[in-house]
Design a protein around this ligand. Structure first.
Ligand code: KIV
Length: 265
């Protein structure tokens, strides 16, 4: 098997950060789309709990169950051979270190995930440490944390004032020191994402966080322009001007690799 065909590992993603090569990530929820992403050269496929909204039709990700995540992760796992496969721990399945480990183990054993993502602040640091100590690769999701939408009072940009930005920088550093292997920052000012990135030695993947991240992720349905309720302001459909879904996904991959998406302000 040559280098291009073998499975991506965390070491590869870290090397990409060091070498300044953008990491391309995208969500998937089934085997057919997962295969398209794999063929297009996506580095990390996330089975996001956004499936609660784009697949199940809920208003939020809160109703998504661990069983739903395991089912969709298993489907996606059958479609990817190259990309690193990450799956979300859904709402209220990682309240304690033991519960988090049990949920993560199910996503990995039954679903085939190689990494789990959880929405985190300083409060989840001990959970991250426990997972990491047990050999579970962890992606910590900071900034806008959709599972907390009812507490936040809506999907709002985070880290816009000085105090919350400083807190997020501290949270990010602490989560990495507790073992987070990857950070995902959602809906934060570009300069804050850039500062978080400069402060940690693990890759920082952005969504609505500007171009100065180590990689980018979008929800697949946004890339294909089929999201109910329209595109979030930071997203873009890559379908116009292409002749197939495969071409649209490849256009997204190339745009991120070449630093054309997201655009510099
Ligand atoms: O659930 C999801 O799709 C996410 C996004 C940030 C990509 O977490």
């Amino acid at each position: 098997m040559n280098e291009r065909e073998r499975r991506h590992t965390l070491r590869d993603l870290r090397a990409m950060k060091r070498e300044g090569r953008p990491i391309v990530c995208l969500t998937a929820y089934d085997a057919s789309f997962a295969r398209i992403l794999d063929v297009a050269g996506v580095d990390l496929v996330l089975v996001g709990d956004s499936l609660g909204m784009v697949v199940q039709g809920h208003d939020t990700t809160v109703p998504v169950r661990l069983e739903d995540m395991i089912y969709h992760t298993r489907c996606v796992a059958r479609g990817v051979t190259r990309a690193l496969l990450c799956a979300d721990l859904p709402f209220a399945t990682y309240g304690t270190p033991d519960q988090a480990l049990e949920s993560a183990a199910r996503l990995m054993r039954e679903g085939g995930a190689q990494m789990v993502k959880l929405e985190a602040s300083l409060n989840q640091a001990e959970i991250v440490r426990h997972l990491s100590d047990q050999g579970v690769p962890v992606c910590a999701h900071l900034g806008l944390r959709p599972q907390s939408v009812h507490k936040l009072g809506g999907y709002r940009r985070q880290g816009s004032d000085e105090a919350s930005a400083a807190q997020m920088i501290e949270d990010a550093g602490s989560l990495v020191r507790h073992g987070a292997d990857l950070l995902l920052v959602e809906c934060v000012p570009g300069r804050l994402a850039a500062e978080i990135r400069a402060n940690v030695d693990v890759p920082v993947i952005g969504i609505g966080a500007g171009p100065d991240c180590d990689g980018q992720i979008l929800v697949l349905y946004d890339v294909l322009g089929v999201s109910a309720g329209g595109l979030p302001p930071f997203a873009r459909s890559f379908l116009p001007g292409t002749e197939s879904i495969q071409e649209a996904v490849s256009a997204y991959v190339q745009a991120v690799r070449q630093g054309r998406f997201p655009p510099k302000d």
